[in-house]
Design a protein around this ligand. Structure first.
Ligand code: 5RP
Length: 243
């Protein structure tokens, strides 16, 4: 796993260098495979994270012209602009042909946990505007039941203690995501809770339930905005999973 995108509680699980570099190779491979879903001269949506960074780089290097890209984060906007990919304002756009993004976990239905990179709110908004969600992951993200990766939830700061109590009642331990001894502040000026100990056996019901709690901006369960296609990078090549 890319450590930059992980909650700080996971940072102790550092992989050996050789494992990291083979994972990087899988990310580059799956990012390249996603180019097949970019229709020339179309409007596309672009996610956030280390796998998407590989996709942005591959798109810039390819000869595929895009009309524009709707971006899910300041980081992706900056990377695309630096490489000459035109970024569009999503409020000016009605729909996107495809949304390409990574995930922290994806199950057998195409349901995902996202938000390891703190961009979940804009990711869900951009995904909602796209006709097709293409999820690009390496095989470490494919799980049977989601929940081992702590569930990211973007919240309004004043609601943090109450939402921690709500998760506790569900059997989850919610931890405020920190950066340099301060709460991490998202692109939207809000905080992130990472919830440990949940088993996401019914992702759609749980997404609906948590989304209704006062102060929740976005829960990182993507069941209503699930993947239509998952490109799964394995050492034997990229598999295409359709849901
Ligand atoms: C960012 C996300 C990313 O898609 C997710 O964290 C996966 O990132 P990476 O490709 O770096 O593993 O949801 O908010």
């Amino acid at each position: 796993r890319d450590m930059d995108n992980q909650p700080s509680s996971l940072k102790m699980e550092l992989s050996p260098m050789s494992q990291l570099s083979s994972q990087d190779a899988l990310k580059a491979q799956v990012a390249h495979a996603a180019l097949a879903y970019v229709q020339p001269h179309s409007l596309i949506g672009v996610g956030t994270g280390s796998t998407v960074n590989c996709f942005i780089d591959a798109l810039a290097q390819s000869a595929i012209p895009v009309q524009g890209a709707g971006s899910s984060s300041i980081a992706s906007t900056q990377r695309m602009q630096a490489l000459g990919i035109p970024v569009v304002d999503l409020t000016d756009v009605q729909s996107l042909s495809v949304y390409i993004d990574g995930a922290d976990e994806i199950d057998g239905h195409g349901y995902m946990v996202k938000g390891g990179g703190a961009a979940l709110t804009r990711e869900k908004i951009v995904a909602a505007q796209a006709k097709q969600f293409v999820c690009i992951v390496d095989q470490s993200k494919r799980v049977d039941v989601m929940g081992a990766f702590p569930l990211p939830v973007e919240v309004i700061p004043m609601a943090v203690p109450q939402i921690i109590r709500e998760f506790s009642a569900l059997g989850g331990q919610a931890v405020l995501r920190m950066r340099e001894a301060q709460p991490l502040v998202t692109d939207n000026g809000q905080y992130i809770l990472d919830v440990h100990g949940l088993k996401l056996t019914e992702p759609m019901a749980l997404e609906a339930r948590i989304s209704q709690w006062p102060g929740v901006v976005t829960v990182g369960i993507f069941a209503f905005q699930k993947a239509d296609i998952c490109l799964l990078a394995t050492p034997d090549g990229v598999q295409t999973l359709r849901y």
